[in-house]
Design a protein around this ligand. Structure first.
Ligand code: MG
Length: 235
């Protein structure tokens, strides 16, 4: 972990700042049922793959489930987006406790905050609207905005470029999956934290190389070089 003062915080959405509670898995199941995309490998194996790759670009995950058939993957991705939108409309979207306050405190302390996700922009924006978070952060990025999805470094690097950081070590990344951690490390981020409010457990996050594993994103501000108490008072 770096001592370079943090300028930019890149936070994952589902499972990190937004409660998931199985909504993503349910949307995957509905998409699989409606399109037959996982018929060849069976749902049990498909579900394990979905869990292992949580955090990655959804179309990439469906491409694997479809045996490499990109056309079927795109149909399934559209079904996933529709199913996720239905689930948000049914049950709403809830922030992780303390996430909004942490983001507000970080920004009040002069840092920029970007949200990143493996969702397509339409789903991401529906989620932001459901939360009332359109104006909460400095930027939001989906894989299509950056290049490749996680675990590639693109989302973190794209945020770093847009935020005009002085050094990649001034970037802090937090996420609930091994892919978030690998993406942050690949980008050279100075702080890469796993959080235990989502898909993957402490062992998986540590195995991916997380500098720290936190109970939740609400504990992040205190960890950041040059920020610490300045932003953790409110959070
Ligand atoms: Mg996540």
């Amino acid at each position: 972990m770096t001592t370079t003062p943090t300028e930019l915080v890149v936070l994952d959405m589902a499972g990190t700042t937004v409660r998931d509670d199985g909504v993503v898995e349910t949307a995957f199941r509905r998409a699989a049922e409606r399109t037959g995309v996982a018929a060849d490998i069976g749902w049990d194996r498909a579900l394990q793959y979905v869990r292992d790759t949580m955090g990655q670009s959804k179309v990439e995950v469906f491409t694997h489930l479809a045996g490499g058939d990109r056309d079927r993957a795109e149909v399934a991705t559209a079904a996933f987006e529709a199913a996720y939108a239905e689930l948000i409309a049914d049950g709403g979207a809830e922030p992780i406790a303390g996430a909004r306050e942490t983001i507000e405190a970080l920004r009040a302390a002069g840092l920029q905050v970007y949200l990143t996700t493996g969702f397509a922009p339409v789903t991401r924006d529906a989620l932001l609207d459901a939360l009332g978070w359109r104006d909460l952060v400095d930027g939001v990025l989906s894989p299509i905005d950056a290049g490749r999805g996680r675990p590639a470094p693109d989302l973190v690097l794209a945020a770093a470029l847009r935020a005009r950081v002085s050094d990649v070590r001034a970037v802090a990344v937090a996420g609930d999956t091994a892919s978030d951690v690998r993406s942050g490390l690949a980008a050279g981020a100075g702080v890469v934290a796993g959080v235990l409010t989502g898909a993957h457990d402490e062992a998986a996050l540590r195995a991916a190389g997380a500098h720290r594993v936190l109970a939740s994103v609400a504990d992040l501000a205190a960890l950041l070089p040059g920020v610490g108490a300045r932003a953790s008072v409110i959070a």
